[in-house]
Design a protein around this ligand. Structure first.
Ligand code: UGA
Length: 435
């Protein structure tokens, strides 16, 4: 099948490479010439595990090309996926200007197109957007939906860092279509995928994406709330969740207490769903609390540390993990920001370290802190070490690695150290357990 993909961010490029590896002929479109040129040389403009090798393979085989020419891309394909970003506006709603601009560019090629063509939104959009915002723009071509063109919505469930794996072996594929004909075309695109497929209407597909992210975020805030109770009564939330997660109706995943959820998706999507419900005159008591717990959690961790050691003024803190999670340089909504800001407010002296995200963090934080080029320099002479995210490098730490510290306090927010190896020699403060 001939497929075009609009937008070569991590969703667009991963999907394009994934479809090409399944045998489709893919044209990726982006307005940024530099990105297009890089992709055609087999070099992904973003980092994702396995992407570079697979991109090179499909480019060499002639299965994927990139272009800035959207008209040609639509003319030469039967199905177009819209993978343009939908960032947050200041009021929590999503900013659709990128999608609108991309769809406006599709009007002329659609008008001039001879055959049937399906347009499918992959970007995360609130229910109703595809039919109420995208469809009216496409109709400006004078063509008729259901006759000349089809419309679909196919949400993505890709996790940053393992996006390619998630694309190639998804838990499920959700296909929303305006009619059977659109769904038939989408089904052909996913023929080579051995995963359960759900066919539904467009609004439900849009809602499935928001509901999935909102429920995952709820699990995390729930685990963080329970972790505070566990801290108070001196038991370990990770033991508790192990027992809880053995119930197949609950499942252990995403019940890891920590500093809260960050990234470009959960905070933005939960806020957008809350906003959407408000616009529909509905209250969202659970989701409001999910966001409140998430805002409180990083501050709670620093306050607890402050209380345990009786003041942080002048203490040198090795702060490990600036990205929103391990394995990425992405600092969007990272919990490191409110934690470091709170530490600075308490007049601590912070040295930040992250294998990839230091440069991005420097741009995010308005205040000056020190940065370390490597983990061991960060730890040297520190009074306290705080581990904020779950990089592999941090998981490999052994008790001896902390010997160069001046103090003995370790705050393990993601519980990646083996607590039993530390409790005798260090003051180990784990999120959700006694210390
Ligand atoms: C998330 C979803 O997992 C994907 O399914 C979805 O497609 C994507 O958003 C999206 O909407 O595009 P991602 O933001 O890459 O993916 O990151 P996750 O691995 O889900 O982690 C999100 C945040 O939750 C991180 O800050 C992570 O540290 C935190 N987290 C995760 C916890 O605090 N505890 C957990 O148990 C799991």
């Amino acid at each position: 099948m001939n497929i075009s993909i609009i937008g070569t961010g991590y969703v667009g490029l991963v999907s394009g490479v994934g479809f090409a590896s399944k045998g489709h002929d893919v044209i990726c479109v982006d307005i940024v010439e530099e990105k297009v040129e890089k992709i055609n040389r087999g070099k992904p403009p973003i980092y994702e595990k396995g992407l570079e090798d697979l991109l090179k393979e499909v480019v060499d085989q002639g299965k994927l090309i990139a272009t800035t020419d959207i008209e040609k891309a639509i003319e030469n394909t039967e199905l177009t996926f819209i993978c343009v970003g939908t960032p947050s506006s200041s009021d929590g709603s999503i900013d659709l200007s990128g999608i609108e601009k991309a769809v406006e560019d599709m009007v002329i090629p659609l008008k001039e197109k001879n055959g049937y063509h399906v347009f499918c939104v992959k970007s995360t959009v609130v229910p109703g957007t595809t039919e109420e915002k995208v469809l009216p723009l496409l109709k400006r071509s004078g063509k008729k939906v259901g006759e000349d063109f089809g419309l679909g919505m196919n949400p993505e469930f890709l996790r940053e860092g393992i996006a390619l794996e998630d694309f190639l072996k998804p838990d499920r594929i959700v296909l929303g279509g305006i009619d059977e004909r659109s769904l038939d075309v989408l089904s052909i695109a996913y023929e080579g995928f051995d995963s359960p497929k759900q066919k539904t209407d467009i609004k439900s597909a849009e809602m499935i994406k928001y509901t999935s992210n909102a429920l995952l975020a709820t699990k995390i805030s729930f685990a963080n709330e329970i972790s505070r109770v566990c801290e108070k009564i001196g038991i370990d939330v990770y033991d508790v969740m192990e027992g809880v997660g053995l119930d197949h109706r609950i499942n252990r995943d995403f019940l890891n207490a920590g500093a809260g959820f960050g990234g470009s998706c959960f905070p933005k999507d939960v806020s957008a769903l809350v906003r959407f419900a408000k616009e529909n005159h509905l209250e969202t008591k659970i989701l409001d609390s999910v966001l409140t717990v998430n805002d409180e959690q990083p501050v709670h961790i620093v306050d607890r540390l402050n209380q345990i050691i009786g003041g942080l003024k002048g203490k040198r803190i090795a702060f490990l993990g600036l990205a929103f999670k391990g394995g990425t340089d992405d600092v969007r909504e990272t919990r490191a920001l409110p934690m470091v800001e709170k530490l600075l407010e308490l007049e601590a002296d912070v040295v930040g370290y992250d294998p990839e995200a230091s440069e991005n963090f420097k741009e995010l934080i308005l205040k000056d802190i020190d940065y370390s080029e490597n983990l061991h320099d960060a730890l040297k002479d520190a009074d306290i070490c705080i581990i904020q995210n779950d990089w592999e490098e941090f998981k490999r730490l052994e008790p001896e690695d902390f010997d160069t510290m001046k103090g003995d306090i370790i705050v393990d927010t993601r519980r990646i150290l083996k607590k039993e190896e530390y409790v005798d020699k260090f003051t180990y403060i784990g999120v959700g357990c006694d210390n």
